[in-house]
Design a binder for this molecule. Sequence first.
Ligand code: AMP
Ligand code: MG
Length: 396
Amino acid sequence: MLSESEARQRILSTLSPLPGEMRPLLEAVGAFALDELRASVSLPGFDNSAMDGYALCFEGAEVAAGVRFSLCGQQAAGEDQGLTLRPGKAARVFTGAPVPAGTTAVAMQEDVRATPGAIALTEGVARGEFVRLAGSDLCRGQIFVRSGEALTIPRLSLLAAQGLSEVRIARPPRLAVFSTGDELVQPGHALRPGQIYDSNSTLLALLARGAGGQVTSVRHLSDDLAETTHALERAVDQADVLLLSGGVSVGERDFVKPALAAVGFEAELWKVALKPGKPFLFARHPRGALAFGLPGNPVSSYVTFQVLVAPALRRLRGAPADPALPLQRLRAAESLRNSDRRPHYLRGRVGPAGFEPIGRQESHALAGLAASTALARVPAETEIAAGEDVEVLSAQ
Ligand code: AMP
Ligand code: MG
């Protein structure tokens, strides 16, 4: 059986980002930059005032309280009147306004007594105070986004500050979601004895969408080889990724593997040492489509998505092929024990005392998962005592 990180590495090594397209900044949140971007303008673009106040020109390192300056003009944000100051002169300036040539510092208006045509300082002012120098945040020519970096909201606003209205990102992966099982009934319909509602369709479609995918279809399949094969055949050329849940084991009623094979998918890996989630299948079609067969148990579906599918979707969207998960080291609020020979992802939340498990830690226990906001990874055959560190994945 493959280790979880070997499995992730193998999946990522076969993937590359989908073709790029220019998108408006507002539609690129959470995407990954495909290109390296260099500043075309310095930030600030010119020396400007950090305060509403007075640009001063003086000699020496500072000027003391009581010193007077005569006023020779005014400059608001958005205009540059080409003013020049000589020693002993001041100009009224507002936040963001270019400071006149010759400015030594800006005195904020609260530290000034103004009289017609002149001001007197009520506080000392040091050279350079309240002047934001051109290029002090970012210099023209400097790289400000690297290829593969996440386009966070602050980063996208930096692109806007560079005058860009669009950014090149990978087109979103199209996903076809399938649930399998004769016992499943769609929400909104009545249950008969022995039946359960299909919750994985909702789970996986929303996880896929939350991971930046475009869900093009959501379908339930009976435990029937012909029906499954036919549905997969149609999806191969319509989706980049087929996301299946259930039917992936080797019981007589499990048809995902044979149906994928019948359609021409080649299994790249099968079974990962992971709890919950051992039956897991990754396959590729010669025409490019990928297929992930996830275990049917809802918590197993969730964990395998977070740990093995989400990194693949990030890669398709342009993230680097980094097999490390974004785990955080946090304190365990209580002792966490895993006697299994597979790493166990416990469901829980991060409280003031650290990670606390919630609910039944069993692969069918959806209500416990629903109350959770984080997964803690407890390595195989390990006990983590209360107060020790544990690796935590915060997940959608
Ligand atoms: P399977 O992998 O098909 O053997 O399913 C394992 C368990 O997960 C069984 O108890 C199924 O009833 C349950 N299960 C499978 N698919 C779903 C689904 N879409 N929604 C909720 N439970 C499911
Ligand atoms: Mg089944």
